[in-house]
Write a protein that binds this ligand. Structure first.
Ligand code: KG4
Ligand code: ZN
Length: 359
């Protein structure tokens, strides 16, 4: 069924996200204004195991979904979920058991309140986080053509957007995702989970003493590779402290800081250089960054410089909207809703859902 709906009509979506280790519900107006965004993070839970155990994550979503929903409804000033125009939900990619908790919640609300259900790709959510504003905040919406870099725990890719919901894949990682590299290197250095924020903090203590680590340029392609860098870190740790580097607790703080700084420099250099190259090749007016690694301070700063040199506008969500949240699903869901997309109550989880196929 397709319905013509005008943009900017005060449309409210309630959005549910549970693809990984954040239980999140948000209420978003017109795909941009955040009326409420509540995130319950399981980071503390997964710190014990140094990574996510899928069944533990799914059970935590079950535990937190209803309290998070209630809090989002209250903060948005709604009586119940019937106070919105549609329900958006992440249906992939992600952990199947985790996705199913959010899907069941969203379908129940759609059925109970007789509201349309909109299926959202989590990766599209990370891109549309760039459209979000707090109430009262004003900013032009990102302009096309745009180039978007998505850097999360499970994905790293560059796409060109010439219009809403239209993606041409320019490049992607051939091995580890950038966030995965941060997490694995964090473990090698004995830093707490998740590795990204811990490495950024550790690197701040290194000053200019960062170790030089390799960059995988892969010729002039826009693909990425981070597994060689991880191996280089492992070798450096073994050479300096011995052992197998599997017990990162043995790495002294000063050395961890120096390696963290060198690793971060390498990742930021490659991400920023390739994103700028993509923007130049596409004649992009806007560069959008999204995904957890886009919360990284040095990456945000480096991208700002590159965008300025190109005369392009850089759009990066504030750090808590780079990591997983419900508001980004409301932003992307709004675009899908405007396009007339409606999901049935038989909507299923798609663990390996893609955003764009190679050109
Ligand atoms: O987007 P996200 O919250 O979840 C996924 O969809 O994967 O991304 C999580 C990833 C983790 O790998 C985490 O280490 C990384 O984002 N991350 C960071 C920072 N904050 C989170 N990486 C580098 N610097 C940060 N400040
Ligand atoms: Zn994510």
């Amino acid at each position: 069924m397709t319905m013509a709906i005008e943009a900017g009509a005060g449309l409210r979506l309630l959005a549910v996200e549970s693809s990984c280790d954040e239980t999140a519900v948000a209420v978003v107006e017109d795909g941009r204004r955040i009326l409420a965004s509540v995130v319950a993070s399981q980071t503390v839970l997964h710190a014990r195991t140094g990574g996510i155990v899928p069944e533990v994550a799914a059970r935590a979503h079950l535990r937190w979904m209803l309290p998070v929903l209630d809090e989002a409804i209250a903060r948005a000033g709604l009586h119940d979920a019937g106070g919105v125009d549609a329900i958006a939900v992440t249906f992939g990619p992600g952990l199947a058991g985790s996705l199913l908790v959010g899907l069941t919640m969203a379908k129940t609300l759609a059925f109970l309140h007789d509201r349309p259900l909109v299926a959202v790709n989590h990766l599209e959510g990370h891109i549309y986080a760039g459209w979000l504003l707090d109430p009262g905040q004003e900013a032009e919406a990102p302009d096309f053509p745009a180039v978007a870099l998505v850097v999360s725990g499970g994905h790293t890719f560059l796409v060109e957007m010439r219009d809403h919901l239209s993606y041409r894949l320019l490049g992607q990682t051939v091995d580890d995702a950038a966030g995965e590299a941060f997490d694995k290197v964090g473990r090698l250095l004995g830093l707490p989970y998740p590795g990204g924020p811990a490495i950024q903090r550790a690197a701040e203590g290194a000053g200019s003493r960062g170790r030089r680590l390799p960059r995988a340029w892969l010729g002039d392609s826009l693909d990425f590779s981070f597994s060689g860098l991880k191996t280089a870190v492992r070798r450096m740790v073994v050479a300096e402290v011995g052992g197998t580097a599997d017990d990162g607790a043995l790495v002294p703080d000063a050395l961890a800081a120096e390696i963290a700084a060198g690793f971060q420099d390498s990742v930021v250099d490659v991400l920023a250089t390739k994103t700028a190259l993509a923007a130049e090749r596409c004649g992009a007016r806007t560069i959008v960054l999204g995904g957890g690694v886009a919360a990284n301070g040095p990456l945000r700063a480096a991208m700002g410089d590159r965008a300025a040199a190109l005369g392009a506008r850089l759009v990066v969500p504030r750090p808590d909207l780079c990591t997983d949240n419900g508001a980004m699903i409301g932003a992307a869901g709004y675009r899908r809703f405007l396009a007339g997309e409606r999901a049935g109550l038989d909507l299923d989880a798609r663990s390996s859902l893609k955003l764009a196929k190679p050109a």
